[in-house]
Write a protein that binds this ligand. Structure first.
Ligand code: ADP
Length: 277
């Protein structure tokens, strides 16, 4: 569905943000795109949606170049940006303006979102709080029901109850035919929501793997100090860490530990090797 081949991009010459990125996104999965602030997650999503063009390499989405931004391409993809610029209209008018553009728009999902988020759509969007604006934008993103949904830091600006509603809505209204990529630096927000993890770190994709596969290779648990763990950190219940899973059982992946281990200088290359081989 998405194929990036040797994609490099920089806002300024001599300062690449992404370097020789190779990435394949298969249909029907929910991907978590994890990376620290400023690693290039927004840049990558903007390239996929055709808002930025690679300096080198090729990005194909539905076998097309996104930068051509053809109408049928745009009808099949929804990008929820991190910073939302909403028009000066009410919530109702906003949905009415955009819904007709998406042939897949679902009134059923829209009604479910409206009920769960409980926001007043008769109010002008400009007067809404950041959280309310975000909810209105998420409502449109989910209701558009497009085959490809890209969400850039969707939980930023949401309070804890709204984050939980967002997770429930996503889990119950994304169909098996849809592909979703959710970027975040708040790794815990995606726990038990995604089925594949992509980690972007220091201009490269460290790995792009199903959680299922990671859970067979690595174990995430309490570790003794003398034990051979790749990575460990203190927690309220003792030291927790990442070790090789040498059992036949699948582990329960802790996204936070995986992310911390994969982006820490001492364990980065070991984790990358184990997961990719
Ligand atoms: P992330 O989404 O992971 O936080 P971004 O893709 O927003 O990362 O940014 C990646 C890098 O590119 C950062 O160093 C950021 O400062 C820089 N950057 C982002 N947008 C611009 C821009 N419009 N002009 C120049 N530099 C930018």
């Amino acid at each position: 569905m998405i194929q990036l081949t040797n994609v490099s991009f920089g806002y300024r010459r001599q300062k690449p943000v992404l370097q020789e990125i190779n990435l394949e996104i298969k249909p029907g999965n929910i991907y978590g795109l994890l990376g620290k602030n400023g690693e290039g997650k927004t840049t990558l999503l903007n390239i996929m949606s055709g808002l930025l063009f690679p300096d080198k390499g090729e990005c194909l989405v539905f076998n097309e170049m996104p930068e051509k931004r053809k109408a049928h391409f745009l009808q099949n993809i929804f990008l929820l940006p991190e910073e939302i610029n909403l028009p000066d209209v009410t919530g109702q008018e906003y949905i009415k303006m955009f819904a007709p553009f998406y042939p897949t728009f679902s009134n059923e999902i829209f009604e479910a979102c409206k009920e769960s988020f409980d926001i007043d759509l008769t109010a002008p969007l400009r007067k809404m709080s950041l959280g309310q604006k975000k909810k209105a934008a998420i409502m449109l993103a989910l209701s558009a029901n497009t085959p490809l949904l890209l969400m850039d830091e969707p939980t930023n600006g949401l309070d804890i109850p709204s984050k939980s509603i967002f997770r429930k809505l996503l889990a119950s209204h994304i169909s098996e035919e849809q592909t979703v990529i959710i970027s975040t630096h708040q790794v815990r927000d995606l726990e038990s929501l995604i089925d594949s993890v992509i980690i972007l770190d220091r201009k490269e994709i460290l790995f792009n793997k199903p959680l299922d596969e990671i859970s067979r290779k690595l174990d995430f648990r309490k570790v003794e100090t003398e034990e051979a763990s790749f990575y460990s950190e203190p927690s309220p219940s003792g030291t927790v860490g990442v070790v090789v899973n040498d059992t036949a059982e699948k582990s329960i992946v802790s996204l936070e530990l995986l992310f911390n281990a994969a982006t820490s200088s001492a364990s980065r290359s070991k984790i990358k090797d184990i997961i990719n081989h």
